[in-house]
Structures are given as structure tokens and as C-alpha cells.
Design a protein around this ligand. Structure first.
Ligand code: 5GP
Length: 204
């Protein structure tokens, strides 16, 4: 297997989604697997873009069939899972695969994807207070939901040292964070003998 799976984790509000959207726009040839979740669809989201929104029964049946590479209950609430087949097929085909998962997903994936096919990146913010501010800015979340996310954030930050790379995602400095992640991808791809070109290079 020649491809590389890049796992991007980090606390809620740190900007994982924004970084991945930027990579998607610039590198259309990378594979961005769609996860499954039982959480409710939010305004502005489309089914099949980042997630397939499915029922708890369907989620359970995917678990029973052994279709998930990993799955977890995130923020002690909804279930999220990445399918095994699209990721393993892409790695077999020598592709660069990028997926956001929580830290539980990171632990599961480390156990099943060979080290040479996996690079793990943890995005970190300046402080828990800043994260709170960023979460609040994104829209009205019930206090209970904010508390759950901050609980997860504390747990997640405790595992940051286990990742291959830690990248700062400071407020209003998303382009710098994206550039740092791109550099990691380019370095790892070069090591594995994979060539990558950005949309600008491809002139499309
Ligand atoms: P959100 O619902 O805000 O999009 O994501 C909530 C959390 O779920 C984030 O920490 C995100 O990284 C995590 N997450 C998203 N997709 C997956 C997945 O497929 N597996 C796991 N384990 N976590 C995921």
C-alpha cells in the first residue's frame, strides 16, 4: 500500500473544518472520505458532503457488518464513523486521503492502519478560553452543548503529544495553519514517493 491517510484532530472550534475545506479547494485529487453520523443536519449542510446523516439503527447495522474503519461516540452524544472500504481502496491506489476525526478515532485508526500509511496531525489553539470564544462566535449553541465540547477539548488536548505533528491554529491565522499542514503533506508525500500538484499547478 502506497497512499497516506492524514488524520486531522483537535478540539471543537480549532478550525479543522476550515483547514480541510481549504485543502479540498486546492487539491481536488486528494480523497476526502465522507463519514457517517447520527447527529442532526445543521442549516447550510448538505447530506453527502462531509457526512452521510443516518439513523442510529442504520449506524448500528454498519457497526455489526464491520464496515467501519473506526467509530466513536463524540462529545458523549452522537455517533460518528469512517467507512473502511473507501479509505483502504484509496490507500491501495496510492492516494492522499484526508479525514477529520476526534481523538478516539485517532486511537482506533492507529491500531489498524500501518504506520507507513498514516500521518496524524493535531491542531491546537492558544487557550481553552479562545476556543470557547470561537465556538460562541460560530452561532448559538445551548450551554449544555458548549460544556460537553469543552469537556472533550480538555481530554483531547491531553493526548496531543501522541500525534506525529502538532500545528498551531491561531485565531485569524488560518492561512498559516493551512500552509503548515500543506508542508507536512508535501514532505510525507515526497518521502513516500508520491507526487502532488495543487490546483494552481494543474492550471484548472
Ligand atoms: P461536528 O459534528 O462538529 O462536525 O464534529 C464533531 C466532532 O466529531 C469533531 O471533533 C470531529 O472531528 C469528529 N468527527 C467527525 N467525523 C468523525 C469520524 O468519522 N469519526 C470520529 N471518530 N470522529 C469524527
Amino acid at each position: 500500500m502506497k497512499g497516506i491517510l492524514f488524520i486531522i484532530s483537535g478540539p471543537s472550534g480549532v478550525g479543522k473544518g476550515t483547514v480541510i475545506r481549504a485543502l479540498k479547494a486546492k487539491y481536488p485529487q486528494f480523497v476526502f472520505p465522507i463519514s457517517h453520523t447520527t447527529r442532526a443536519i445543521r442549516p447550510g449542510e448538505k447530506d453527502g458532503e462531509t457526512y452521510h446523516f443516518i439513523s442510529a439503527e442504520r449506524f448500528k447495522s454498519e457497526i455489526d457488518k464491520g464496515n467501519f474503519l473506526e467509530w466513536a461516540q463524540v462529545h458523549q452524544k452522537d455517533y460518528y464513523g469512517t467507512l473502511k472500504k473507501p479509505i483502504m481502496d484509496a490507500l491501495e491506489a496510492g492516494k492522499i486521503v484526508i479525514r477529520e476525526v476526534d481523538v478516539q478515532g485517532f486511537h482506533s485508526i492507529r491500531k489498524v492502519v500501518p504506520k507507513e500509511n498514516l500521518t496524524t496531525i493535531f491542531l491546537k489553539a492558544e487557550s481553552p478560553e479562545k476556543l470557547l470564544e470561537r465556538i460562541a462566535k460560530r452561532g448559538k449553541l445551548p450551554q449544555e452543548e458548549i460544556d460537553r465540547r469543552m469537556e472533550s477539548a480538555k481530554r483531547e488536548m491531553a493526548d496531543a503529544d501522541l500525534f506525529d505533528y502538532q500545528v498551531w491554529s491561531l485565531e485569524d491565522q488560518i492561512p498559516k495553519c493551512v500552509a503548515d499542514v500543506e508542508k507536512i503533506i508535501a514532505d510525507q508525500a515526497a518521502k513516500a514517493g508520491l507526487t502532488i500538484a495543487s490546483k494552481a499547478d494543474l492550471k484548472v
